[in-house]
Design a protein around this ligand. Sequence first.
Ligand code: C2E
Ligand code: MG
Ligand code: MG
Length: 927
Amino acid sequence: VRQPRSSGPYSVRRPTPTPLGDRVGPATLAAAAYGLLYLIWERTGLGSQTLRDIVGNVAFMPLNLGVVVLNTWASGHEALDDRVRRMLRLLALGSLLVLIGNSISTYYIVGLHANPPVSWADLFYLSDSVCILAALLLIPISRRTRLEHWKFLLDAAMVIIGGGVIIWYFSVRPSATSLDESLVVTLLAFAYPLVSLLVLLGLTTVVLRGPLDPNRRALTLVLGGLALSVIGDLTFDLIVVETGGRRASLIDAVYLLSYLLMIASAELYWREPVAPAAGSQQPPPRLQPLSPLPYLAVAGTYALLLYVAFSPWQDPISGIAAGAVAVTALVVVRQLLAVRENVRLLAETAARQNEARFRSLVQHSSDVIILIRPDGAIRYVSPSASRVLRYDPGALVGRPLTDLLHRDDIDRARQFVADAARAPGVIPPVEWRFRQPDGSALHAEIIATNLLDEPTVRAIVLNTRDVSERKRLEQELIHQAFHDPLTGLANRALFRDRVSHALALAQRQGRAITVLFLDLDDFKKVNDTLGHAEGDRLLIAAAERFRACARVTDTVARLGGDEFAMLLEDGTGLDGADELIERLGESMQPPFMLGGNEIQVRTSIGVATASGDESADDLLRNADVAMYAAKRGGKGRSATYQTKMYDDLKERLELESALRAALGRDELVLHYQPVVCLRTGAVRGVEALVRWNHPRHGMLLPQHFVPLAEESGLILQLGDWVLRESCRQLQTWRLAWPELQLTMAVNISGRQLQEREVVEAARVALYETGVDPAAVVLEITESVLMQQTGSVLERLRELKQLGVRLAIDDFGTGYSSLGYLRRFPIDILKVAKPFVDDVAQGVEKAALARAIIALGDTLKLQTVAEGVELAEQRAALTVLGCHYGQGHYFAPALPADRLDEHFANSPRVSEDDARRIDAWLTLGVPA
Ligand code: C2E
Ligand code: MG
Ligand code: MG
């Protein structure tokens, strides 16, 4: 998390360095040069003693002045810490006091020609040390507590007592015994070294505590300068003790260096002040190293006590002992304070660590933790907000929470916060959408905890978790639940729902909605021949075309398999539907590329409209029924729903289930129509014609149920049964009437020929009944041959191999080309009834029948005339050379038991004759 750059009062830049760089300033250089000159002059020993005395005093004044001026200027910097500025002012004051003291001394020497041991100058010199001590105490160091101050006072007391005892013993006592010293002199003898010791204590305390002033170099310089001056002072005092003199010129070098450091420091503070870093709080309190000075004082006192105790008994010991006792007492008190302090520090450190741990938990939590006031204003936001919500956490503080929320969630959020503020505790999760800076919405789950009564928190805590991924998954699941995975279109459930809504709306607005039901024609064939993968590709491609045809307001759905649906809600009704159907028809024109083949696929469409009380299911069903009707009318068509369609369909469905039942209940029967030799009138065979003996509707003719059986696939079972039953009957008759050499014609539906099983069924029927295959004729209508050439041809060849003969039924109605007739393994042509009807109506009308019979002759096929009703027809057909005939003129289709009389009455033809007739029939030789 990037912290904002502070522009607070402390952000003062360092000034650009002077040409001298930020090393040594001009004032420092000047002071250095000055000091050097002075030292050189002093070494040379030029000038009279008086001059030397004067110069000795005056020489330091410019340096004092320099310290005063520079420190005063530096203390004017507002960027500096307040305490540092006060410290600088105190240092300036101290130096000013020394300046005054020096002036007084100079006055004594120059004006009064005296160098008294005590003067007013001493007052100023001592005051300087007090200022310095105060300045040292101002330097910001690691946290000061009240105890710290007490500790310093105790330390100071120890230094004063211990140092005082030693000074008394070595310095004051010897001179006091001479009794020529005044009280002031005695006091000064104590004051100078003690004050120096205190300054030293202050220095060591500052250094050991670690000063916090960022002007490190300047501070080091000033501390060094002060240390040097203390050393100078103490040395000076020692020299005074040793020599009793007031001057100690060798120390001047130390003092000069001390001033130099002070000036360098002041100049640094002035020219390059460093502001304390923003936000740099007090460092945590730590266990502090101890200043050795008080302990040295204690040690010194005891050492002195021991020294006196073991020396010859001449010195008074009581003062030293009292000092030792006092110092010891101070040590004990200080130790107690230190112990107390350390205990407190340890507790504080533990608490801090605890807090740091929880803080880091909050800060590194993946959830965003938001603290808000009861009025909804944000008090705190954890750093994860920048990652999760994409807001800078700092910028959010103070803003109302609702600023961050999606418009639609604001009212709920207000209510939630109000509820949460009412009582302490956890409030069950809610979901809000946060508005991210780029405007996108972030789904979040929020758990609120009211901690308003918790003194350390005093807020409502919102644990905010990003749940957008979960939301996305939920939405994906919902999408999956309502969409077809293959095409991505709406599924049946969603479509039904949309239709329901549209109906409700339509009812209120009084306008129509329309549903289209689409079914791909021959989809099963694609699936069966090209495989399911290609079937799926066809579905996807078709769905794409449907979608392209739809308008934005329309819903396109896949209801399952190859069934699609469209909902038109725009109220344009059937007109709109017609337009759409036209577009759909055009879009299906281009062939689909499937498995490397170009395949034309068409769609059957049912249309249904509703505006009233219909339910969605009603409307869908109506469209489905209309589609079914369209399909029955032929492929690639559309039909609009009419009530009749539904009734028809219902009837058909009922019939279908009845037929299914009929197959198992032996309600089907076979009637047989004799096929007669036109010339001799001898019965040649029979044609099996199926009937349904319906319990309610009576004897139903094939036209009422065979097409239905073909559509529903029941024809396969039905055809099986017919084959077996007719073969069984044929075998019975052939045994009963062997001389007739009867044949059996069985009608085979085109639908049966699509299935490989038909061959097997025929084989089984022949085998089980033991009938001669040559006596069985399978009739296939001409239109079937026209439709599916490839597979049908294959099937016919297989049937032919069983030994049966094949006939083309209703020949002349199916427009078959001569080419086909040559390709199919055909034995018999059955001349369709319309040509037979015309055959006795004059030469012209008989032309077609003549042509067909001639064609049969040419191709060496037997010809059978169907529907012969009149004697003239039989005569005409006989003349034209047609071989056989069947029709009401001879006999209608009859139940099996009625055929026997026909067989009995049939003229007998001898075996020879029969063979001759057959030869004649096939070779066209007249008998
Ligand atoms: P089809 O194979 O052409 O059968 C001849 C139809 O003409 C029969 O009608 C028959 O009763 C009728 N018919 C015969 N002589 C005359 C006549 O002199 N005048 C008139 N007006 N009609 C005559 P049916 O039995 O109603 O059969 C109709 C069609 O049903 C058959 O035509 C055949 O295609 C089909 N069919 C009949 N039985 C079966 C079967 O078992 N399986 C299959 N797949 N189709 C069958
Ligand atoms: Mg037939
Ligand atoms: Mg026929």
